[in-house]
Design a protein around this ligand. Sequence first.
Ligand code: UD1
Length: 358
Amino acid sequence: MRVIHTVGARPNFMKLAPVYRALSARGVRQTVVHTGQHYGGLMSEGILKDLELPEPDVNLGVGSGTHARQTSLVMMAFEEQLLLERPDLVLVYGDVNSTLAATLAAAKLGIPVGHVEAGLRSGDRSMPEEINRLVTDRLSTWLFTPSRDGDTNLISEGVDASSIHFVGNVMIDTLERLLLRADGEAPLRALNLMNGLGPLPFVLVTLHRPSNVDDAESLARLMAALEAIASHLPVIFPVHPRTLARLERFGIQHERTTLLDPLTYVPFLGLQRHATVVVTDSGGIQEETTYLGVPCLTMRESTERPVTVTEGTNLVLGRDTARLEREVLGILDGQRKIGRIPDLWDGHAGDRIGEILA
Ligand code: UD1
C-alpha cells in the first residue's frame, strides 16, 4: 500500500505524527506532502522538529492568501503530485483549507481519501472550518472519528456506518508521548513564573479565529478583558501571526498582558499543563485542556468538540468578555470545573487507524 499524507497548517502536524508512526511500523510506503499553508520556524519547522517527524518529502509552498486562492493553489499543486505518485490512499487531517483542497483533488482523480478527525460539527457555517469539515467528510471513504458525537453526526447526514471508524483522538496520542518532555520548566523560568515551590498561577491565552480577531471592536474588547485580568495574575499570550497583524493594524495597545511569539509544541504544552486557566478559540486546545484537567474558557459561540464541555473542563463563553473576567476570578477562587477524559483518548488512536488500514 502506498499512502500520501497531506498536512498544511500547525494543528495538522500533531495529528499526522501518530498515524505516520503507526503506518511505518506496519511497513506502509508513505509520502508526507506539506502544502506550505503555514511556513517558517515557529508555525511549521519548529513544530515538526518537536514532534520528531522527518522533513516532509514535498513542500508545495502555497503560503497565505484568500480562501479560494489558497484552496485552488493547493489543489493544482497537489493534483500534480497525485498524478506523479498514484497513491492507493490519501490521508487528510482536521479541518483547514489544505485538508479540503487535498480531498477535492484526490476525490476527482478517484483516489480514496481517509479523513482523520472526521464527523466534528459546530453547526456554524460562518466558520471556514465547518465548510471544510462538511465537504471533506462527504468525499472521504474512510472516516476516523475522535469522539462518539462524530459518529452520530455522520450517521445523521446519511453516511454509511461501514465507513465510520471510532478510533479516538490522535492529538492525545502526541500529547501523551511528549508530556514527559514538556515539563514547562524552561518557558516558566523564562517568564518568571516559578518560585521555590513550583509554578505560580497564570492565565494562558491563544486567539486567532477570524470572528474574534478580524473585527477591530471584538479584538479590542478581548484585549481589554485580558488587561483587566492581568491586574490579578500574569496573562501569557503567544500571538498567532494573523492576530499580531490585526493588533498592529487596529492600533490596539496593551500594558500588562505578556505577548510572545508563537511557541512550538513542547514549550506550549509545558505552559498549558501548568496554567491556572486557558483562554482560547482554538479547537485542539479545548481537547488538550480536557485531557490535562486544566480549566478552559472558549471564546466562541459554538464548539465542534462538545465532548470537551459535556465531559471535560471546557466552558463556551461566546463573546461575553464580562463573564470571561468573572470565570477567571472564580477559578482563582477555587471554583473550577472538574472533568473526565473522554473514551479512547488513550494514546492509541494512531495505532487503531494503522490496524484498520493495514
Ligand atoms: C488556519 C486554519 C485554522 C487553524 C489555524 C491554526 C483554515 C481556514 N484555517 O488559520 O483552522 O485553527 O490555521 O493556526 O485553514 N500567517 C503567517 N505565517 C504562517 C501562517 C499564517 O504569517 O505560517 C499569517 C498570514 O498573514 C496569513 C494569516 O496568518 O494570511 C492567516 O493564515 P491562514 O493559514 O490563512 O489561516 P490561519 O488563521 O492560520
